[in-house]
Design a protein around this ligand. Structure first.
Ligand SMILES: Nc1nc2c(c(=O)[nH]1)N[C@H]1C(S)=C(S)[C@@H](COP(=O)(O)OP(=O)(O)OC[C@H]3O[C@@H](n4cnc5c(=O)[nH]c(N)nc54)[C@H](O)[C@@H]3O)O[C@H]1N2
Ligand SMILES: Nc1nc2c(c(=O)[nH]1)N[C@H]1C(S)=C(S)[C@@H](COP(=O)(O)OP(=O)(O)OC[C@H]3O[C@@H](n4cnc5c(=O)[nH]c(N)nc54)[C@H](O)[C@@H]3O)O[C@H]1N2
Ligand code: SF4
Ligand SMILES: [Mo]
Length: 748
């Protein structure tokens, strides 16, 4: 209700700009957002606290930024030339739909792909459109973000658990994760646990903030987590620290595991990981003897060549120590009772003849429909409903899709959408992405975003999306979260004469009804959809109590078993086996690493880790928001002082970081809490202030570390196809600072 004096309305809402998902109070006057304030009544805490968040404070600056696209744009010059013309929404959708129809007729529905980013929108409607259109080629970031961990959790323990509930743990094991920056809800829970006296073990090649307050820090060699985890398991088994009763009753394949462990004596594990055997032993004991204990895995695991193996071993360790589905361990929440996301995706409507064509599915079978059918059959049997989004777990192999555009193999991919993603910056191997987006083989490229990103600059059409402030949403953390929240729109998404931002839902529905899908889009608005999804809980969007924190019930498996083929935790995985893979974890040498390619390592002697999270930014976002950028103007690369000395480099210098694929520049910060061989660069860097048209594309080739990374399928994890963002070989040399100046005309 607006206050009669000021005319200011205060609307409770939930922020979706980062994983903190803070409860906020939006101050709105005449449909215009003034500020976002912290809501003291919000029940879920995060760290760092909401109060200090610079993005929250910059909300209005972001929402009404002069760089925002307010109407659909159609390219009039050559791709990347920067010449655009405004087009009305119905005309844009008509033209795009006509082209899609034509391309589908000529090449088959699989000719269409769509790249999406990490959870930012109601992306199930992209999947719905695709399944009805007939294409299996969703692509994007899920392959290296949450896809691997959730697939492996489903396969081994029958549903991903919820680690936002860490507060009850007596020991927390962080595996390539830094919640203090990246997972604010987990960080708050972790701090609470620590305050209670919980132990903290951090596995990370670099000393993070978490590592600096840990009881044990294990700075392993990058890419060797699967070996370390097998070593931890070995100690737990050898010293009989495991939960024998649980293993006997609830684990399948313990004897096979014992046999595999013979290959991982601590001496070998120590040699692979570079960690002293005693430290590994101490960590294993600490984890096993301080129950309940909780593992939290992060991108250190998902972005590695051995991602499947490391994640498999991580679930085994948790299970044999009796930490599955207990408070303070890994609680499986199960479906939340709303209409499942999978049902909104209509994921089972894609005919087999089409899903079999998914690019890369024959090689990376763990991300295929075939694997999904096995996993969801088990989950639905035990939990009563499927969980997780299809687009999370079941995507074509993204690097292979960009290659398919270029080569026409295995078949022509001629049309591409990009939504809530900026592949020219965050997708691996920027030059391949660029070549694909510029290829004449790509006959239609549509970008749905708020700003002219380097990717949007290469599009044929750019469609302006509505931000979370301009739309309603519900979120249950991929249908297995410990909470569900819902919110209404805070400000209008269309203001006649000022802007016309469409909700992602409206775009997919608009295209769907133009392409014969009308019967499957019965809800005219997103509000109607959300009412439909909340109905099983007895709510509508308007009556929903904003957030429901779900009750925790322990050891549900005692009644229902685990949602795997055997009904047990599968130390030996029947799913991996059925797909023709090794059913047990092992260590794989990353092909591009000092061990995997010693000859290359002579030329490129350093190990490049990329993508350490930055508190102020969300991936490639926010660089154009001046009040945020001024806190963090430049890309920072961490170099060990010893290495800097050897290379003649000082703190604050700019350096070239160079791999076989190319080189970019970042600014040096000396950092001695890692091995001198490691170079840790940031990702997500482009310069919105630089010219949009080619050749600059907002400076996308200047500091964007993904220029340096490899999209070779042989470098990807063999089962899942996740790609190595953290173990490339590089060299460094002094460089001039990036040419263009920052915001104020000067660079700090
Ligand atoms: N502010 C902010 N928050 C974010 C994001 C953001 O961009 N900005 N992104 C969000 C998203 S989508 C994600 S996926 C999460 C990621 O969240 P996290 O995975 O928790 O964080 P990262 O900083 O990506 O990586 C964690 C650590 O992996 C380490 N690492 C590198 N190589 C290895 C290795 O081989 N083994 C091990 N064990 N560790 C290694 C790095 O040193 C780093 O400290 O963050 C989310 N939160
Ligand atoms: N080198 C390296 N590369 C990495 C990583 C790394 O660690 N190292 N991390 C990887 C990981 S884990 C991830 S998740 C990816 C992230 O990669 P992406 O998820 O692709 O993130 P961005 O590139 O920031 O692109 C997001 C775009 O979506 C727009 N957007 C935001 N919200 C919405 C919305 O609601 N609707 C629409 N239509 N658009 C929206 C924003 O304006 C922005 O341009 O990066 C990956 N890339
Ligand atoms: S951007 Fe800030 S306010 Fe929004 S969820 Fe993240 S921490 Fe909270
Ligand atoms: Mo991610």
């Amino acid at each position: 209700m607006p206050s009669p004096i000021s005319g200011i309305e205060v609307k409770p809402t939930v922020c979706f700009w980062c994983k903190a998902e803070c409860g906020l109070l939006a101050h709105v006057k005449d449909g215009v957002l003034l500020t976002l304030e912290e809501d003291p009544a919000w029940p879920i805490k995060c760290y760092p606290p909401t109060a200090g968040c610079v993005r929250r404070k910059a909300a209005a600056e972001y929402l009404y930024h002069p760089g925002r696209i307010n109407y659909p744009l159609k390219r009039v010059g050559a791709r990347g030339e920067g010449r655009w013309q405004r087009i009305e929404w119905p005309d844009a959708l008509d033209e795009i739909a006509d082209k899609l129809d034509e391309l589908r007729d000529r090449y088959g529905a699989e000719t269409l792909g769509a790249s999406g980013g990490t959870a930012r929108t109601h992306d199930e409607y992209r999947a719905r459109f695709f399944n009805l259109f007939g294409s299996p080629n969703l692509l994007g970031q899920e392959r290296i973000c949450f896809g691997p961990r959730s697939i492996m959790a489903d396969a081994i323990i029958g549903m991903f658990p919820n680690y936002a509930l860490t507060r009850d743990a007596n020991c927390v094991l962080l595996l390539g994760a830094e919640p203090m920056v990246a997972r604010p809800m987990v960080a708050a829970a972790l701090l609470e646990a620590k305050k209670r006296g919980a132990r903290l073990i951090v596995v990370d090649p670099c000393q993070t903030r978490s590592a600096s307050m840990a009881d044990l820090w294990l700075p392993l060699r990058p890419g060797t987590d699967s070996a370390l985890l097998l070593g931890l398991i070995r100690v737990v088994v050898d010293e009989e620290l495991y939960d024998k009763d649980f293993v006997e009753r609830w684990c399948y394949g313990f004897d096979d595991l014992l046999e595999r462990l013979q290959e991982y004596p601590l001496s070998r594990v120590s040699e692979i990981t570079g960690l002293p055997a005693e430290l590994i032993r101490e960590a294993a004991r600490m984890y096993a003897q301080n129950r309940p204990a909780c593992c939290i895995e992060g991108e250190g695991l998902e972005h590695s060549y051995s991602s499947t193996q490391a994640l498999h071993a991580r679930w085994i360790l948790a299970a044999i120590c009796g930490n599955i589905d207990v408070k303070g361990g890994e609680i499986q929440m199960g479906p939340p009772g709303i209409v499942p996301t999978r049902d909104m995706e209509l994921w089972d409507r894609l005919p087999k003849s089409q899903w079999q064509k998914m690019i890369g599915a024959d090689r990376f079978r763990l991300s295929s429909y075939e694997a999904q059918i096995m996993l969801m059959r088990n989950i639905t049997r035990v939990w009563g409903a499927p969980v997780n989004e299809m687009f999370h777990q079941c995507q074509c192999h993204t690097p292979s899709a960009y290659r398919a555009i270029i080569t026409g193999q295995p078949y022509p991919l001629t049309a591409l959408f990009t939504t809530h993603s900026n592949p020219m910056v965050t997708e691996i191997a920027t030059r391949s992405v660029y070549e694909a987006l510029k290829s004449p083989n790509l006959q239609l490229y549509v970008v749905i975003d708020f700003f002219m990103t380097p990717s949007a600059e290469l599009a044929d059409y750019v469609l302006p999306a509505a931000t979370w402030l301009e739309r309603p949403d519900i979120w249950a953390f991929s249908d297995y979260g410990s909470y569900i929240w819902a919110r209404e729109a805070v400000v209008p998404h269309i203001v006649p004469g000022r802007y016309e931002h469409w909700r992602d839902y409206d775009i997919w529905r608009g295209l769907g009804i133009r392409l014969g899908q009308e019967a499957d889009w019965p809800w005219e608005t997103l509000e109607e959809v959300l009412d439909y999804r909340l109905a099983p809980l007895g709510y509508t969007l308007k009556t929903f109590p904003r957030v429901i924190v779900r009750p925790v019930v322990e050891k549900k498996y005692e009644k229902q078993g685990f949602a795997t083929t055997t009904g047990k935790v599968e130390l030996r995985s029947t799913v991996l086996e059925a797909l023709g893979y090794d059913p047990l974890p092992k260590y794989l040498v990353p092909p591009e690493s000092p061990q995997g390619d010693p000859e290359l390592a002579r030329e490129y002697p350093y190990i490049l880790i990329t993508g350490r999270r930055i508190l102020y930014y969300y991936h490639a976002e926010w660089r154009q928001v001046e009040s945020v950028r001024k806190h963090y103007p430049d890309p920072i690369v961490r170099v060990h002082p010893e290495t800097a000395r050897a290379e003649g480099i000082a703190d604050g210098d700019w350096i070239w970081i160079e791999t076989r694929r190319g080189r970019v520049r970042q600014k040096v910060q000396l950092f001695d809490k890692m091995d001198p061989k490691i170079i840790s660069a940031e990702h997500g860097w482009w310069y919105p202030e630089m010219p949009g048209p080619e050749p600059s594309l907002h400076g996308v080739f200047e500091s964007n570390i993904n220029v340096c990374l490899s999209d070779d399928p042989d470098h990807c994890n063999p089962e899942m196809g996740s790609y190595p963002l953290r173990t490339a070989l590089c060299r460094i040399s002094k460089a001039e600072p990036v040419g263009a100046s920052g915001f104020a005309g000067e660079r700090r």
